[in-house]
Write a new protein. Structure first.
Length: 346
């Protein structure tokens, strides 16, 4: 029997846990999962999973769980073939993805799979680890951690995988493509999910941004789920559709010919009865930092470079920066100084 691929999972929320479960169900990989807020619950009772693809699962644990990122340079530490990153991508908050994964990366060996949202997420990772293959994963799953260690998976696991390449990388594009195809093999082995290799990473990421930059950002600001927005109708016509068209126009200017029908497809993609809360809204409700820079900030910056008007994205980006500022203050990460000014009594 050939040796199983060793995978280090960083970020075992809804998406990460389902990825870990599916990888181990396929029988070609063993998963070491780095847990944070749910470590105690999973250590004691395992994961409770209600899954559209895998059924109901009680007390499941990956091969190994940790509450820290292992340092592979230490004597006796395991070397990982792949690192699967499913944490939120929040580059304005320390530690960054690069800082987080650095202890676990073995140069010229470890494939780094970024199962994260947004644009240009690979650039700092390629710069930090130029000798490692970097793989793009775009997930279309609906999975939520409803309580520590409890996962509700209510929309099919569909994963699009491709290779990030860059002139700053010292490895060949063919090696990166081979690493992406290897991950597709591992992820597809369960026979329960849809996982395909996509050669055009940019097209896939811009396509998903049509949903994420609009619904994710607007839901985070308003506190409303996607079903209620569609029921009320005016949030779609006044906010969501215009935002989606801005992203569609920017993608077109970048050379990605996304069919216009995708806009309506994205508006309607969430099942009505799930009252789905996009991940950014879930984070706001939990008091977590939000990943708006790569989801809204990057397409806006691309628009500015190209001279494409994007007033809706610009307004949304400003509101999300304010929201992040509030979260930072509540978490004690910053202290807003009080300035002298007119008294309340005048």
């Amino acid at each position: 029997m050939s040796k199983k691929t060793s995978v280090l999972l960083i970020g075992a929320g809804g998406v990460g846990t389902m990825a870990a479960y599916n990888l181990e169900a396929g029988g070609l990989a063993t998963v070491t999962a780095v847990l944070r807020s749910n470590f105690k619950a999973v250590k004691e009772s395992g994961f409770t999973i209600k899954s559209l693809d895998h059924g109901d699962v009680e007390g499941w644990r990956p091969t190994k769980i940790l509450n820290w990122v292992p340092n592979v340079s230490k004597e006796g530490s395991m070397v990982y073939d792949m690192i699967l990153v499913t944490t939120k991508n929040v580059p304005d908050i320390s530690p960054t993805v690069v800082d987080l994964i650095r202890p676990a990366v073995t140069p010229r060996h470890t494939t780094i799979v970024l199962l994260q949202n947004g644009l240009n997420i690979e650039l700092p990772v390629i710069a930090a680890f130029p000798s490692n293959p970097i793989v793009s994963g775009v997930s279309l799953i609906g999975a939520t951690e409803t309580a520590p260690g409890c996962i509700l998976h209510d929309d099919q696991d569909r994963l699009l995988v491709g290779a990030f390449t860059s002139p700053s990388s010292i490895i060949s594009a063919s090696l990166s493509v081979a690493a992406a195809e290897k991950f597709v093999e591992l992820y597809s082995a369960s026979g329960k999910v849809s996982c395909t290799y996509e050669p055009d990473v940019g097209f896939v990421r811009w396509r998903k941004l049509i949903y994420n930059a609009s619904y994710n950002g607007a839901c985070a600001i308003t506190g409303m789920d996607t079903s209620r927005m569609r029921m009320a109708e005016f949030p779609i016509e006044d906010i969501i559709r215009p935002l989606m068209y801005e992203v569609w126009e920017i993608a077109k200017a970048k050379g990605y010919d996304i069919p216009e029908a995708v806009v309506q497809d994205m508006i309607d993609c969430d099942p009505w009865d799930t009252y789905f809360k996009p991940s950014m809204l879930q984070d706001v409700e939990k008091g977590n930092y939000i990943e708006f820079e790569n989801i809204v900030g990057e397409p806006l910056r691309e628009a500015e470079k190209l001279g494409i008007p994007a007033p809706g994205l610009k307004m949304l980006y400003g509101l999300l920066k304010i929201k992040q500022l509030q979260i930072k203050e509540k978490k004690g990460a910053i202290s807003m100084p009080m300035k002298d000014g007119p008294s309340a009594s005048g």
